[in-house]
Design a protein around this ligand. Structure first.
Ligand code: UDX
Ligand code: ADP
Length: 473
């Protein structure tokens, strides 16, 4: 049989994963027409905006979209047309953690995946390769296959592939241009292997062959959860050690450096922080916990749950350190929180540690000034409202102010808390900040960002994750 030739791709879901991934496919494969569809009209309009005010902030993304949009890259709300035209469809919809029902708080909500899959079955008039791109629990491909096969028209066959995305936000474009690996899982039948070869051919336009790994469906799905769980575990391990450092006088940066020199461990992803956030780590580990429990493996479930528990502990420990240091009360005091995104170079706030910290400060009845260079103000209000569902937004707004610069946020504050490692925070004029703060002035560095010595010389008391407090000299 001749290899399947992919000429038209549809991506269902124009979010953080589908948008950048398929924009890069379009850029690198000018001979393939790529249509990204989404039900959310505002999102699609933003992708199509004449001045490239894209719905997500990602360095380099706007150049990619500028080069390909209108050439072979299209954004549309016409989901059915996108499905009908395509030879290959990526399903890249959201899979949040379930909020109610069986598995609430752990299992992934697969409603969006199922609806998209059913839509494909209803609309398709020709055979398609359907690629599961969203991070999903193991065996989802199996359910998708069952739904598609039960609803397909005669002469339509569906081959399901799993092709998890490993991009990290903030570096998505670089990750997509030069991925560590592309992973494709398929059934090990001839049809499955042919579909796998077709998708490998698409990536082969710019990814070296030895970076394209082909495995079974199950392995592919589990590998994505495993990779995220192991990355998060590294952060929880270093954060657990940071607590020991603070109590003993060791310095977590020095420990991480020494440990990372072991080539078996390696230096990356060992930065202690106020806690990991993002849409993936917590969700994927909880997914793994749920899977382990469903498989009657409670010890395995407990092992992974501990990674998330340690992360929660790290966030609480940090906000407690703020309260303890400010003489055991922050009631009526003003705290400046610098950074609201879950990490630098993204406007994404999902599971951001800043949300937990601010909620803690609010419940201590402190006033909070927030500054983030990228997160839209509406998003901050929405996150704070969601974090405190019983508090009316007007009450929240009496306690919280969103500022338009770091300097403005720090004015008249008792303490500055660094929650996100934005580069511009390296440029802060700390002498000026100090002059405008109430005294004694405190800095709490949750991202190992400031020069402690310089700040203590100015007069600050500095508390950094993984180091004992530095008093003014
Ligand atoms: C992660 C995975 O890296 C990526 O492969 C997967 O596809 C999606 O999930 P992402 O969530 O975008 O990507 O960001 P990542 O860079 O992994 O950071 C996650 C969180 O860990 C952030 O809050 C970050 O600040 C924190 N982190 C990361 C640390 O606290 N210390 C580190 O050393 C690294
Ligand atoms: P991710 O980080 O996984 O990309 P996002 O929430 O950023 O998740 O994006 C998922 C997108 O999928 C959203 O824009 C949502 O509107 C879209 N979506 C969800 N279900 C469907 C569907 N059935 N058809 C089309 N788009 C969908």
């Amino acid at each position: 049989m001749a290899p399947i030739k992919v000429t038209k791709i549809c991506c269902i879901g124009a979010g953080y994963v589908g948008g950048p991934t398929c924009a890069v496919i379009a850029l690198k494969c000018p001979h393939i027409k790529v249509t990204i569809v989404d039900l959310n009209q505002a999102r699609v309009d933003a992708w199509n905006s004449p001045d490239f005010q894209l719905p997500i902030y990602e360095p380099g993304l706007d150049e990619v979209v500028r080069a390909a949009r209108g050439r072979n890259l299209f954004f549309s709300t016409d989901v059915d047309k996108g499905i009908e035209e395509a030879d290959l469809i990526f399903v890249s919809v959201n899979t949040p953690t379930k909020k109610s029902g069986v598995g609430a708080g752990f299992a992934a909500d697969l409603n969006y995946v199922e609806l998209a899959t059913r839509r494909i079955a209803t609309v398709a008039n020709s055979s398609k390769i359907v690629v599961e791109k969203s991070t999903v629990p193991c065996r989802t491909a199996e359910s998708m296959r069952t739904i598609l096969e039960a609803n397909s028209k005669p002469n339509c066959r569906f081959d399901i592939l799993s092709n998890p995305e490993f991009l990290a936000e903030g570096t998505a474009i670089a990750d997509l241009f030069k991925p560590d690996r592309v992973l494709i899982g398929s059934l090990q039948t001839q049809e499955g292997l042919d579909a796998c070869a077709a998708l490998a051919g698409v990536y082969g336009n710019w990814v070296p062959k030895d970076r394209i790994l082909t495995v079974g469906l199950w392995s592919s799905e589990l590998s994505k959860l495993a990779a995220n769980a192991m990355l998060a575990q590294r952060i929880s391990s270093i954060n657990a050690l940071s607590a020991i450092c603070e109590a003993t006088g060791a310095n977590i940066d020095e420990v991480a450096h020494a440990v990372g020199y072991d080539s078996r461990i390696g230096p990356k992803f060992l930065k202690a922080s106020v806690g990991f956030g993002g849409s993936c780590f917590q969700k994927d580990i909880l997914n793994l916990v749920y899977l382990s429990e469903s498989l009657h493996l409670p010890e395995v479930a407990n092992y992974w749950r501990q990674v998330v528990d340690m992360n929660e502990y790290q966030k609480r420990r940090f906000s407690k350190r703020v309260v303890d240091t400010l003489f055991n009360t922050i009631t009526g005091k003003r705290i400046a929180v610098l950074g609201f995104a879950f990490k630098a170079d993204t406007g994404d706030t999902r599971e951001s540690a800043a949300i937990t910290l601010i909620k803690d400060f609010q419940s201590e009845r402190a006033f909070v000034n927030i500054y983030d260079p990228q997160v839209p103000h509406d998003q901050i209000w929405a996150d704070l409202a969601e974090a405190s569902p019983l508090t009316p937004i007007d009450t929240i707004k009496k306690q919280v102010t969103i500022c338009s610069s770091a300097m403005e946020a720090c004015k008249n504050a008792e303490a500055v808390v660094i929650a996100t490692e934005w580069k511009e925070f390296n440029e802060i004029n700390w002498e000026e900040v100090y002059a405008h703060m109430n005294k004694p002035a405190f800095v709490f560095d949750g991202r190992l960002l400031v020069d402690e010595k310089k700040l203590t010389k100015i007069g600050f008391t500095v508390n950094t994750i993984g180091r004992p407090a530095q008093e003014r000299v």
